[in-house]
Design a protein around this ligand. Structure first.
Ligand code: SAH
Length: 286
C-alpha cells in the first residue's frame, strides 16, 4: 500500500504541466483551442469532452489522457488519505474508550476496514458502529472487535478459531496478532466475499470455512483462542469448550434475542465482560 502510494507521488510529480499551445494547435485541424484552453485552466471535463468530440492533436490528446490519469491518481490518493485519517481517529477513539492493548491498537490502525464493508459504505467504515454487510449480517463495531481481540491475549504462534467470519475484518485483525486463524461462516456468500477480500489484501494465514461454526473445527483443534462473533442463544456451545486448549481463552456472547452478555472462559472459569448486542448464532445441531 505504501509503496504504491510513493509510485503515485512520483508519477504525479513527473507530469504536472499543461502542454505548450503550439503542441495543441497543428495547422489544418479543426478547433483545438477548446482543448488548449480547457487543459490550460485544468478544466478537465471540458478538455475531455473536446477530445471525445475528436478535437485536438495527438499530443493534446495524450496530454489530456495524462492529466485525466493524474487526476484519477490524485482522487485515489485523497480517498486513501481520508481512510487513513479515519482509521487514526478510530484508534484514538478506542484509546479514549479505554482500549489499552497496544498490539491491538496498532493492528487496527493498519487493517483497511473500508475494504471489508460494501463500497457504498466505505466512508462510514471507521464510524463507531456496526454496518450491514449483506445476508442480514453486520460487521461488528470497532470497539467490540478491539475488546474481543484484546481479551484473547494472543501470542504470535497461537491458533485461533473464529466463529462468524462475516466480512472477514475481525479475522484479518486476529491474523496479525496470532499465527493462524480458522474462521467459520454460516452464509456461503459472505464466506466467499470475505475469502476474496482477505486474499486480495494478503491475509494468507486465515482459512475461511463454510458451515455451522458452533461445531467448531475438530480437525484443527485444539485452539489457543476461540472468538465467537454471534450470540449463542442459551449457553456456550459445548463443542467449542471441548476444542479449547488448556489455558486457552474462549469469548462468546450469550443471551436471548440480540441482547446478552459477553462471556470469557479460561481454565474452566467464566467471567462476564459486560452487556453486548450481536446477531444470533444459528445452529444446525437441533
Ligand atoms: N466477525 C464479523 C462479524 C460477524 S457478524 C466481522 O468482522 O465482520 C456474525 C456472523 O456470524 C454473521 O456473518 C453470521 O452469518 C455468522 N454466523 C451466525 N451463526 C453462525 C454459525 N453457527 N456458524 C458460523 N457463522 C455463523
Amino acid at each position: 500500500m505504501r509503496g504504491e502510494e510513493h509510485e503515485r507521488n512520483d508519477s504525479a510529480g513527473r507530469s504536472g504541466n499543461s502542454p505548450p499551445p503550439d503542441a495543441l494547435d497543428p495547422p489544418g485541424q479543426i478547433p483545438t483551442d477548446d482543448v488548449a484552453e480547457a487543459t490550460a485552466d485544468r478544466s478537465m471535463a471540458a478538455a475531455e469532452e473536446a477530445v471525445a468530440l475528436g478535437h485536438g492533436s495527438p499530443q493534446a490528446r495524450a496530454d489530456v489522457a495524462d492529466m485525466a490519469g493524474q487526476r484519477r491518481h490524485e482522487d485515489r490518493r485523497q480517498v486513501w488519505i481520508s481512510h487513513h485519517e479515519a482509521r487514526r481517529a478510530m484508534v484514538e477513539e478506542l484509546r479514549r474508550q479505554g482500549v489499552r492493548d497496544e498490539r491491538v491498537l496498532s493492528v487496527m490502525g493498519d487493517v483497511p476496514r473500508e475494504r471489508f464493508v460494501p463500497s457504498e459504505l466505505a466512508e462510514q467504515a471507521h464510524d463507531p458502529e456496526p454496518l450491514p454487510i449483506g445476508a442480514g449480517q453486520t460487521i461488528s463495531a470497532p470497539d467490540v472487535v478491539a475488546m474481543m481481540a484484546a481479551t484473547l491475549e494472543l501470542g504470535d504462534d497461537d491458533r485461533v478459531l473464529e466463529v462468524g467470519t462475516g466480512s472477514g475484518y475481525a479475522a484479518a485483525v486476529l491474523s496479525r496478532l496470532a499465527g493462524e486463524v480458522i474462521s467459520v461462516e454460516y452464509h456461503d456468500e459472505l464466506a466467499r466475499s470475505a475469502r476474496s477480500t482477505l486474499a486480495e489484501l494478503g491475509y494468507d494465514n486465515v482459512e475461511v470455512r463454510v458451515g455451522d461454526g458452533s461445531q467448531g473445527a475438530a480437525d484443527r483443534a485444539p485452539f489457543d483462542a476461540i472468538s465467537v462473533t454471534a450470540m449463542a442463544q442459551d449457553d456456550l456451545p459445548q463443542a467449542l469448550v471441548d476444542q479449547l486448549a488448556p489455558g486457552g481463552v474462549l469469548v462468546c456472547p450469550t443471551g436471548h434475542g440480540r441482547s446478552g452478555q459477553l462471556l470469557r472462559l479460561r481454565d474452566g472459569r467464566r467471567e462476564s465482560l459486560g452487556p453486548v448486542g450481536f446477531v444470533p448464532l444459528v445452529t444446525d445441531a437441533r
